[in-house]
Design a protein around this ligand. Structure first.
Ligand code: GDP
Length: 424
């Protein structure tokens, strides 16, 4: 696997972090290419349990270079806090193992404010934003109203640029939302506290990546969120504001000429979804509570209880397709061990018609799940490491999914720890 992307196939929280953590063993470089600190990867290894928001998951492996690419929403405040937090647990983070693209745009404190103010204004029509400023950030980036990370190296020119943007942003904050304006002193403090500390990490990461590629190094591209949250291909407008698809990895990482050799799609053995938006097959009541508890389905960033449901094969097939996945990692199979019969959503019924096609986003509200039940295995599988040792019913469940989505399931994860994995 020379160049490989690890991506989410569904709504996110599929367990990508643990897969990247596992696979970094065979990669020299790990690159984050989109999104910001709005989601969290949970990684459990010998150094502890970590909720990573911005740092690439390769940060725990000695000798792995971690890159935050130009497509990332680079929030210096979140990043610096996260670096300090992870460092406190004995993980070494230096300019040797972490580089930030000089071409990434800076997520400003006002983006977080604007995000919160807009959600407040929307009240019961809100999108379920994590209020990390991601939507205002990407809007501003496309309006060319952001500062590039590389500009931090020239404080004088930066000041001028920031004051221009501040004047513009204050119009929205005060005029539209009636909020307090930003001042030069606030920006000065922000620069000193959070930007100065990250200066040593800034680099021309495009050049670094291209040199490493020429040297034959293995590069892993790490996505945040899943296919159904992709801005262009997901359940718009309940998507994130960036492209979560593997196809964006070359653009967002700094290697636009890149051709991916492998795309590992991560699928959870059941469905979860955080926040608002259509979620066909959603479980409610006691059935949902049981699954949520069994899988400990609470947001890594927000602590919000996740909505849960049976594995959605319609959404998963679509996700596999748009991600162009070449292999699947199926995670959290152990969580289903308590079920006597396991529900799986095989089709949708939309306006009376049964379909296996993922519908146009607005038609999702009319979609109802068509459920099939598969036999459960009712025993603890978390200690199993070999495919042949899994109970027959568990293997049948995996093969049923594999057949339905048309992509080989190469990894089956049966626990959150690094070694709780079955390779097929
Ligand atoms: P990500 O954003 O896709 O990395 O997903 P999250 O980190 O938000 O959610 C995955 C959660 O499931 C984390 O708490 C992981 O430690 C946990 N996890 C991952 N794989 C497994 C597994 O196979 N079994 C169990 N029980 N937990 C897992």
């Amino acid at each position: 696997m020379k160049n490989c992307a690890i991506v989410g196939i569904n709504w996110g929280d599929e367990g990508k972090g643990r897969m990247v953590d596992l696979l970094t063993e065979s990669f020299d470089v790990v690159v984050r290419y989109q999104g910001g600190g709005n989601a969290g990867h949970t990684v459990i290894n010998e150094k502890g349990k970590f909720a990573l928001h911005l740092l690439p998951s390769g940060i725990f492996r000695d000798g792995v270079l971690n890159i935050l690419g130009n497509g990332v929403a680079l929030d210096p405040e979140n990043l610096w806090n996260e670096i300090q937090e992870v460092t406190r647990h004995g993980v070494s983070i230096t300019s040797d193992n972490l580089k930030i693209s000089e071409r990434a745009s800076l997520l400003m404190p006002w983006h977080r404010d604007q995000d919160g103010l807009e959600e407040q204004r929307l009240a019961d029509k809100k999108y379920g934003s994590t209020k990390q400023g991601i939507a205002p950030f990407y809007s501003d980036k496309y309006q060319k109203k952001t500062v590039l990370v590389g500009e931090l190296r020239d404080p004088e020119a930066l000041k001028e640029h920031l004051l221009e943007l501040m004047e513009w942003k204050n119009l929205t904050l005060t005029g539209v939302y009636g909020a307090e304006p930003y001042t030069e002193a606030m920006l000065q403090e922000w620069y000193q506290d959070y930007c100065v500390p990250i200066l040593p990490f800034i680099a021309d990461t495009g050049k670094i990546l291209s040199d490493l590629q020429k040297q034959g190094k293995n590069i892993l591209f790490e996505a945040q969120l899943g296919a159904l949250r992709d801005l262009d291909y997901g359940i718009y407008p309940y998507t994130t504001s960036s492209n979560t698809l593997a196809a964006y990895a070359p653009i967002g990482s700094g290697l636009p000429s890149l051709k991916l050799d492998e795309v590992v799609g991560v699928v959870k053995a059941y469905s979860t979804c955080v926040g608002e938006g259509p979620f066909v097959g959603e479980m409610f009541g006691e059935e949902a509570d049981k699954l949520r508890e069994a899988g400990f389905e609470y947001g890594a960033k927000t602590g919000r209880p996740r909505r849960v449901g049976p594995l959605d094969l319609v959404g998963t097939r679509y996700g596999v397709n748009v991600q162009a996945a070449t292999k699947i990692a199926l995670t959290k199979l152990d969580v289903l061990s308590y079920m006597k019969q396991i529900p799986v959503c095989t089709h949708y019924r939309v306006h009376g018609e049964i379909t296996d096609r993922f519908p146009f986003p607005q038609d999702l509200n009319a979609a109802e799940p068509v459920i099939t039940y598969l036999e459960g295995w009712n025993c603890d599988i978390s200690g199993i490491r070999e495919w042949r040792d899994l109970p027959d019913a568990a293997r049948r469940y995996v093969m049923f999914i594999e057949h339905a989505i048309g992509c080989p399931i190469s990894y089956v994860s049966v626990g959150p720890e690094r070694d709780s994995i079955i390779l097929r």
